[in-house]
Design a protein around this ligand. Structure first.
Ligand code: X5A
Ligand code: ZN
Length: 678
């Protein structure tokens, strides 16, 4: 079970045969660049390679009229003049004698991928295809697209595999109006698209690309358009769109399959998109989508015209699909005002159709009290579009390849054996007491820890923690004796800080108060926080403490926050997507501690989702602390998500209670001035 890569070299055959500045960017080198990138990074070799076959006439007929298919078939025997004349009948389209073959391969590749994922041959995969598909309509080619690969795949998944709910995420920078038209009145397909819109002044210049187009009839609420009205959208804008629009709806929809119209013209350097999201951002977007549908997710290439940016972004997606941790995101985590306005307007349009949005029909946009956005991300120099894959590609790809991935993905420091726990086979077991002396030093301050069993547990835990801090291990789970949970946490935090961690995020669940002996330097460098606790007196604000427990909402400072544990699935999701992740991404921690303390009250699927999603902000560095008495089922579930698997479903969606909504709104209002992703 792994990741499929579906491809066929013949898809490089179709190309523009005459002069057309609009169409020339959709060139064969796009596929070559993406594939070379994957090879260069050693990713192609890690995938299950599937060779594409042409889709059948019947499969094309799931979306397209037989007249249209017949018309495209005829292009195989046309002269250049005839091809050019036919192309002119459509908007931004070119035909080549090999177009029909390529377009059938593109559909075929997509359907093979869907089959592989839905029959359990692989968990997920990527179809590298040309021509793209999302603009194509029942009887019309459009915007370089001939057959609508992803729309056909959704119909196919419904018809052949009997699925009832499919999510299509279209992150290409153009509006996939073709997909929108095909599923407009179909509530079984949730279509999300963000796109460069500029108030209607960008191609394809359609009124129905705006946020207020949200489906027809039964399908109302199942088309979700997020128009970008300015260029230059970056990582924070894309993250905010996922956290505040797509993911709340996606969780509520609860898809059985996710299809991604994966265009990379939304990435930095692209001549069409003019946006600024870096390739790393696509690793994070991928990781967020992987928690849906039990991880059943198929990526299908759409646009992407800057060869280096395209290749890097494809590598980021495939690397994430393979289970590698997402790299840290560069840049300040503050969405721009225009993005916030777009996000707000689509939330308002969709609110009547989605319980997850009904909590804040008229919420506050963050006031413009701060100085305008500084956008200091380095731009890839322009002018490298659609040239043959040259030497310029390698240095940039090397940068990706050199990013060290820890040799061990997940380690555990537990008292139970792996056989009893049924952990994934390559999870490392930390045992022995190699750090006895250091352990004793660490625990000197805590008399409660000075018993043999406690010392043994702490020794294992520190050994695991050091593995993470040294970059040998990505993530882990450690058991702590419940009676000394707070003291243990203190020891862990001290060690992180003394090992040079710059920013530490502690998500403490249940009855865990902040350790008291944390700051030896209490009182020094108290800059803005009026809180008297030692956490906030640390120089450099190195710890963000977020306590989720069954009490009131409170903010002692922007780094010291307490929120009640919501009682419903809807409330829990709002808390994760609307509070925890925006804070975590805004803080950009080196390491995340998820501490499940006494009476944490979380069900295993909730703990798994929280832990899975907190891998994003810290580059995969998550240490989960569980009580020794934690059930094997909880430990197993956590080990699986840290190991890269999808968390189990939370259960049916129940709307957040008014009290939980109120607590969340209160915290967000308090914290919004400092944490811009909220
Ligand atoms: C698939 C795709 C873009 C067409 C742009 C025409 N099409 N100006 O990115
Ligand atoms: Zn596009």
């Amino acid at each position: 079970m792994g990741t499929a890569l579906v491809y066929h070299e013949d898809m490089t055959a179709t190309r523009l045969l005459w002069d057309d500045p609009e169409c020339e960017i959709e060139c064969p080198e796009r596929l070559a660049a993406a594939l070379e990138g994957l090879r260069h990074c050693g990713l192609e070799q890690r995938c299950l390679r599937l060779s594409a076959c042409e889709a059948s006439e019947e499969e094309l007929g799931l979306v397209h009229s037989s007249d249209f298919v017949a018309l495209v078939r005829k292009t195989q025997a046309m002269t250049k003049g005839e091809l050019q004349a036919l192309s002119k009948q459509f908007d931004a389209v070119y035909f080549h004698p090999d177009t029909f073959h390529c377009a059938r391969l593109a559909v075929g590749a997509t359907l093979q991928l869907v089959d592989a994922v839905l029959t359990g041959v692989v968990h997920n995969g990527f179809a590298l295809v040309r021509p793209p598909g999302h603009h194509s309509q029942r009887a019309a080619a459009n915007g370089f697209c001939v057959f609508n690969n992803v729309a056909i795949a959704a119909k196919y998944a419904k018809q052949k595999h009997g699925l009832h709910r499919i999510l299509i995420v279209d992150w290409d920078i153009h509006h996939g109006q073709g997909i929108q038209y095909i599923f407009e009145d179909d509530p079984s397909v949730l279509y999300f698209s963000w796109h460069r819109y500029e108030h209607g002044r960008f191609w394809p210049f359609l009124r129905e690309s705006d946020a207020d187009a949200n489906g027809q009839g039964q399908g109302r609420g199942f088309t979700v358009n997020l128009p970008w009205n300015q260029v230059g959208m970056g990582n924070a804008d894309y993250l905010a769109a996922f956290l505040h629009v797509l993911l709340p709806l996606a969780f509520e929809f609860n898809p059985e399959l996710v299809l991604v119209s994966a265009g990379f013209d939304s990435a930095i350097g692209d001549p069409e998109g003019q946006m600024r999201a870096t390739p790393e951002c696509f690793a994070h977007l991928t990781q967020m989508l992987q928690v849906l549908a039990g991880g059943r997710i198929c990526f299908v290439l759409e646009g992407g015209y800057h060869l280096e940016s395209l290749a890097q972004s494809v590598c980021m997606v495939v690397q994430t699909l393979l289970g590698d941790p997402a790299p840290l995101l560069p840049g300040p985590m503050a969405p721009c005002q225009s993005a916030l306005e777009s996000i707000q307007s689509v939330r308002e349009v969709q609110a009547p159709h989605w319980k997850s949005l009904q909590q804040d029909v008229s919420p506050v946009l963050s006031p413009i009290t701060h100085s305008p956005e500084q956008r200091s991300l380095a731009l890839i120099p322009e002018g490298t579009t659609c040239k043959a894959v040259g030497t310029a590609l390698s240095p940039l790809l090397d940068r990706l390849g050199l990013r060290p991935t820890p040799p061990v993905r997940t380690a555990v420091a537990l008292t139970l054996t792996s056989a009893a726990l049924a952990l994934p086979p390559d999870v490392l077991h930390q045992d022995g007491l190699p750090l006895r002396e250091e352990t004793e030093v660490c625990v000197r301050l805590h008399e409660s820890l000075a018993q043999d069993e406690a010392l043994a547990a702490i020794g294992k835990l520190l050994c695991l923690l050091d593995g993470i801090l040294d970059g040998q291990v990505s993530s882990g789970i450690a058991a702590t004796p419940a009676t000394v949970a707070v003291a243990t946490l203190d020891v862990v935090i001290q060690r992180c800080l003394s090992h040079g961690a710059q920013r530490l995020l502690c998500v403490a669940l249940g009855q865990l108060d902040q350790p008291l002996k944390l700051a030896d330097d209490g009182g020094v460098n108290r800059v803005t926080c009026m809180c008297m606790c030692p956490w906030c007196s640390l120089p450099g604000r190195r710890i963000l403490w977020l306590n989720i427990r069954g009490k009131e909402a409170a903010t002692w400072s922007m780094f010291h926050i307490s929120t009640p544990l919501p009682g419903t699935t809807g409330g829990f999701l709002s808390c994760i997507l609307g509070l925890v992740l925006p804070l975590a991404y805004g803080f950009q921690p080196d390491l995340v501690l998820v501490a499940l303390g006494p009476a944490h009250g979380l069900q295993a699927p909730q703990a798994a989702l929280l832990t899975a999603m907190l891998q994003g902000p810290a580059g995969g560095r998550v240490l989960a602390l569980v009580e020794e008495e934690a059930t094997p089922q909880l430990v197993r579930t956590l080990a699986h998500v840290l190991h890269g698997e999808a968390p189990p479903c939370l259960g049916s969606f129940l709307m957040a209670s008014p009290e939980d909504i109120q607590a969340l709104m209160y915290l967000k209002a308090q914290l919004k001035p400092q944490w811009k992703l909220l």
